[in-house]
Design a protein around this ligand. Structure first.
Ligand code: FE
Ligand code: CA
Length: 508
């Protein structure tokens, strides 16, 4: 660190986002730029937010260490009300450990509620790109209306991350990611761009895979635009796994090797996400389901529907399956279910938003079969939660979903077999960022006759942009026409509103 660059970092005003400070001539040669994975923030509270980065000057090194030497490195961070850092409201330093792949999770505290901030890091004489973040409103306050975007499923090989870029350009106050942030497979054929390395199994593999994904500038822009609330789905570990039961047989793994793989995957997930230290993995488990309160406006109940679920019924896939109705079956596990219902009973905010992974509403195909990987494979579990929120007088339950690589908007029904039964909640399903490629553009709801409560479908890549106010949630289904070429514009395929006290979709 030269005196000049130190002075710039302390005083601000001379450094633009993403530009490293070069030491003066004659000073020690600059180390390779270590902030190639960008910056992120997450899990806002009224007075704090977690700031994330990971030092990796050579992101794709096979050892997963990103080109960093086997030594711990001090990383400084700053928070300011301006992107020129002319005055600091918080700052500190943390040690990025080699043992943690030089990932950083710094809590920036002492912040004002419902406020916008900028942050950056410095390490090894270099300054990171600047990120924007914000805090939640105070518990007693509604705060400003909130633009919240949510997304899932970003297979790197299937397309470019244009939708992440467009999401960033919407200037949201909060972004939810509902899983399949990475995919675990090896190098595919006939793809837009390619994974590096074979199917990921070891901790080094998972770290390198995150580094590949996080090298993408569009993803970095989305992280830098707003704080994120993240939960994983299956592909952060392996396709359609259910707790300790694998769905795949390739690669062949012993029970001990599978346990080690899940341990590695959860560790790498924490290392690479803007999660608070309370969400750090502990051996073969990771505490991820959590509540983030947004004042009187909303409460985000972030769920984990992989780690504790019973195995998929009838061998997974689309099935007509009596076992799917067994009362003993659970998608969340009993502890998480009780935690969710207890939290819903508090009615902290106007909108109780469940951020979760798999399709919640009933969805039948023409033969009456349903997806055993989704809530349809755990019907008693779904029923306990729906009945639970009805019994607790939850005014505005809103379920957010990823996983299926298509957009859907659904009314949730007291009795899915009876279309005239009460609508007791609403579900918004985001399409994928890139997974499965460009899509057909169809907006015809599949098997509509069997699913009259499923109101909207679209087969394009994109995200959902919501605007949350006291009186309504507006949802804009945003889509890009191509992900196999860079630079597509995003447009709104359809909009809905959900009115306070009136579950279900209205034309928007
Ligand atoms: Fe996916
Ligand atoms: Ca999935």
């Amino acid at each position: 660190m030269t005196r000049l660059s130190r002075r710039i970092f302390v005083l601000g005003g001379l450094v633009t986002a993403g530009v490293a400070v070069t030491p003066r001539q004659g000073a020690r040669a600059a180390v390779p730029y270590p902030f190639k994975l960008g910056v992120a923030s997450g899990d806002p509270a009224p007075d704090s937010v977690v700031l994330w980065t990971r030092l990796a000057p050579s992101p794709l090194n096979a050892d997963g260490q990103g080109g960093m030497a086997n030594a711990d490195v001090t990383v400084e961070w700053q928070v300011s009300t301006t992107d020129r850092f002319t005055s600091l409201v918080a700052s500190g330093s943390v040690v990025a450990r080699y043992a943690d792949a030089h990932s950083v999770h710094a809590i920036a505290g002492g912040l004002a509620a419902d406020s916008d901030y900028y942050y950056r890091f410095r390490a090894q004489g270099q300054i990171s790109p600047v990120g924007r973040t914000r805090t939640a409103p105070a518990p007693s306050s509604f705060g400003r209306d909130l633009v919240m975007a949510f997304a899932s499923c970003a297979h790197y090989e299937a397309g470019y991350y244009t939708a992440y870029r467009r999401m960033a350009e919407d200037n949201p106050g909060l972004i939810l990611h509902l899983g399949d942030y990475i995919y675990e497979g090896g190098v595919g054929t006939s793809t837009v761009r390619q994974h590096v390395g074979a199917e990921i199994v070891t901790l080094a593999d998972y770290r390198r895979r995150y580094a590949l994904y996080k090298s993408d500038p569009d993803l970095q822009a989305a992280h830098a635009a707003a704080p994120w609330l993240v939960v994983p789905d299956d592909h952060e570990v392996e396709n359609n796994y259910a707790n300790m039961v694998r769905n795949d047989s390739s690669p062949t793994l012993t029970a001990a090797q599978w346990t080690a793989r899940r341990t590695a995957a959860y560790r790498a997930y924490y290392e690479n996400m803007p999660l608070r230290p309370a969400s750090a993995a502990s051996g073969n488990s990771i505490p991820l389901y959590r509540r983030v309160r947004w004042g009187q406006l909303a409460t985000f109940h972030m769920l984990d529907t992989r780690q504790f679920r019973d195995d998929q019924a009838c061998g997974d896939g689309w099935k007509v399956c009596a076992d799917a109705d067994l009362a003993s079956r659970s998608l969340t596990g009993a502890t998480q279910e009780a935690w969710l219902l207890d939290g819903l009973a508090q009615r902290y905010g106007t909108w109780d938003i469940l951020g979760q992974q798999v399709f919640f509403a009933q969805q039948l195909d023409a033969n009456g079969a349903a997806s055993m990987d989704a809530w349809d494979g755990y019907r008693a579990s779904r029923s306990r939660i729906q009945t639970g929120w009805q019994q607790r007088g939850v005014r505005n339950p809103l379920v957010l979903t990823g996983d299926v690589h298509r957009s859907w908007a659904n009314d949730l029904k007291a009795d899915y077999a009876n279309p005239s039964s009460a609508t007791i909640g609403t579900e918004l399903v985001c399409t994928s960022i890139s997974s499965t490629g460009n899509g057909s553009g169809s907006t015809t709801v599949p098997n509509a006759a069997a699913n009259p409560h499923l109101k909207f479908y679209s087969d394009r890549r994109g995200y959902v942009r919501t605007t949350i106010s006291r009186s309504q949630v507006r949802a804009d289904f945003r889509a890009v026409n191509t992900v196999t070429e860079h630079g597509a514009a995003a447009s709104t395929v359809r909009s809905f509103v959900i009115l306070d006290g009136q579950p279900g979709l209205q034309a928007g």
